[in-house]
Design a protein around this ligand. Structure first.
Ligand code: ADP
Ligand code: MG
Length: 321
């Protein structure tokens, strides 16, 4: 079974998508088989790997994660989960070129997002309220287990890692990611607003776990449908906080950031030793080439440093798991 990890933070612009893309890409370069799932309606992860034209012409109507939720919402047979998966071409080419040198077998697959994911949250919410206590419990479990059901429908040895890039909220799609996850990873920018929501996030995850597992005890086995006996207690664990966009002066975080890094450490949350430094021009440009920074050729020392950091972080990630 694949290890499933959500990349999550309520705050937008903290580096979730960049982290998911680079982590996935470098794991694949190391010979791992990785599935990325873009759960943010903004589709930044999707557009880090495929062009807008490609997405509109090839994937929009046939291969997005929205279609998976729509199957349930509109109660219709639809595409199987595994048929929503694409192999982004630019990365595949880069990995293949590398594989011919290293005999690697890694791959990076993607399920694209769609702006319509916003409606999925709106459509699923009313399904939660319903008649009897047993029915309510059943609905809750069903609505929050949809993504897990999809992932479990894949051949069990297909992937080593499933990485889910979450939107900056805690609505039903995000909860689906957590229900499907063994771990969650929280990128944080060392500034006031980015560090403030961490306690809240942990509290909300704990609430979700309590609610989900509580409901699980209240649904009689006889009420379970053919896909549902697989429902099990969930326990997504905070793997750690990754510090991103760290601004250095003489190799040390600038004072104000150092203050927030220290506060995070004092909270006792696990913080990855490897930090991603700030490099706006590099990270802003990368998505349009369809290949994350960690797989690009370094043309200057700062690019080389960024790549090394991302590599080290991925190694640390694997160790922590
Ligand atoms: P999120 O998914 O949390 O909204 P993104 O990964 O999309 O965050 O990053 C937000 C913006 O910051 C993007 O423009 C991205 O290119 C940029 N960015 C990401 N990581 C870094 C970094 N280490 N240094 C500078 N800019 C970064
Ligand atoms: Mg994002």
């Amino acid at each position: 079974m694949a290890v499933a990890v959500s990349v999550i933070n309520y705050k937008g612009g903290v580096g979730k998508t960049t982290l998911a893309a680079n982590l996935g890409a470098y794991l694949a370069a190391q010979g791992k088989r990785v599935l990325l799932i873009d759960l943010d309606p903004q589709g930044s992860l999707t557009f880090s790997f495929v062009s807008e034209d490609e997405w509109r012409d090839l994937y929009k109507d046939r291969k997005t994660v929205r279609l998976w939720f729509d199957r349930y919402i509109y109660d219709r047979a639809g595409t199987a989960f595994q048929d929503l998966i694409i192999q982004p071409p630019a990365v595949a080419e880069r990995l293949a070129a590398q594989a011919s040198r290293t005999r690697g077998t890694g791959r990076l697959d993607l399920i694209c997002s769609d702006l319509g994911l916003i409606n999925v949250d709106l459509e699923l919410a009313p399904r939660l309220s319903s008649g009897s206590a047993t029915q309510a419990a059943h609905n809750f479990l069903k609505v929050h287990s949809l993504l897990q059901e999809g992932i479990r429908s894949l051949p069990p040895d297909r992937y080593d890692f499933v990485l889910m890039d979450c939107p900056p909220n805690f609505y039903i799609v995000t909860k689906n990611a957590l229900v499907a996850s063994d771990h969650y990873l929280v990128p944080v920018r060392p500034d006031y607003l980015s560090t403030i929501g961490l306690d809240e996030l942990e509290r909300h995850v704990a609430q979700l776990v309590e609610e989900y597992n509580g409901y699980l005890g209240r649904v009689p086995a006889a009420r379970l449908g053919p896909n549902e006996p697989g429902w099990q207690p969930i326990r997504p664990k905070l793997l750690g906080v990754v510090l991103t966009m760290v601004q250095l002066y003489r190799d040390q975080p600038i004072g104000v950031q150092e203050h927030y890094i220290r506060r995070l450490q004092e909270k006792g949350v696990p913080v990855f030793e490897t930090r991603i430094r700030d490099n706006t021009s590099l990270f802003a440009e990368a998505p349009q080439w369809g290949v994350p920074v960690v797989l690009t050729q370094a043309h200057n020392p700062s690019q080389e440093l960024a790549r090394e950091e991302l590599e080290t972080l991925t190694q640390e990630f694997v160790q922590w798991l």
